[in-house]
Design a protein around this ligand. Sequence first.
Ligand SMILES: NC(=O)c1ccc[n+]([C@@H]2O[C@H](COP(=O)([O-])OP(=O)(O)OC[C@H]3O[C@@H](n4cnc5c(N)ncnc54)[C@H](O)[C@@H]3O)[C@@H](O)[C@H]2O)c1
Length: 244
Amino acid sequence: MGGRLAGNTCLVTGAGQGIGRAIVDRFCAEGATVIASDISDEHFTDLPHDATAVRLDASDAKAARAVAARYPRIDVLVNCAGYVAVGDIFECDEADFARSLRINVESVYVMIKAVLPGMRERRSGSIINIASVVSTTAAARRRFVYSATKGAVIAMTRAVALDFVGEGVRCNSISPGTVDTPSLGERIAAAADPVQMRVDMIARQPMGRLGTPAEIAAVATLLASDESAFMTGTDIVIDGGFSL
Ligand SMILES: NC(=O)c1ccc[n+]([C@@H]2O[C@H](COP(=O)([O-])OP(=O)(O)OC[C@H]3O[C@@H](n4cnc5c(N)ncnc54)[C@H](O)[C@@H]3O)[C@@H](O)[C@H]2O)c1
């Protein structure tokens, strides 16, 4: 089968819904074989036929090593699993702080450590970390620990990119602005005034709309494919102007 990712096996974490799921759909449409992993398998009923569902807590090192052993050839790793803690520093209790670090930071460490040995052996691979424009790039109110974790994702991306630049492995990140996904819908629904919250979310982006998961998947496709062969350590901002 043709396509920009034909012949590639791609592992996506947090693939059950939202951006992760859009990446699975787009990668399959581009001819890839996709391992769609998520901590929950409740959304894996209608996957494209080139995708295999795998239940995986991306922050569990032992489980990640087991998946890497079962699929020894992973050409593209997309670290998409994430969690948004809402609140300023006083609203962020120890449990939320630890949870945010585990899901957003430790999962990236764990997954790269599990998959990178195979990439080094083949002297080929593309790692894509989903960061956020709310990080070192821009601030948003009441996103204290979330910003910290996504800043860490951008920093880890650069560190890995430099350490393995001579071994055929690339590592880049994507920083979306506000994207219309199920978890965003839940955060809006949980607000004191959901209608105003949606208006405020849209107002943060000068383009006057939310991004779509498919738009993020398009950038992931570029980073996964050889069309971006000269790119490593880069953070691609796709935010409707949020950070301008
Ligand atoms: N939606 C946005 O506006 C937005 C903006 C910038 C960045 N992002 C980032 O993009 C990524 C995806 O966001 P989304 O809005 O599509 O998310 P979402 O919350 O809709 O989906 C996240 C998925 O990750 C899974 N998950 C959670 N913890 C996991 C774990 N430990 N192991 C494996 N899977 C786990 C969930 O089950 C869920 O299916 C996240 O990293 C998020 O921080 C999202």
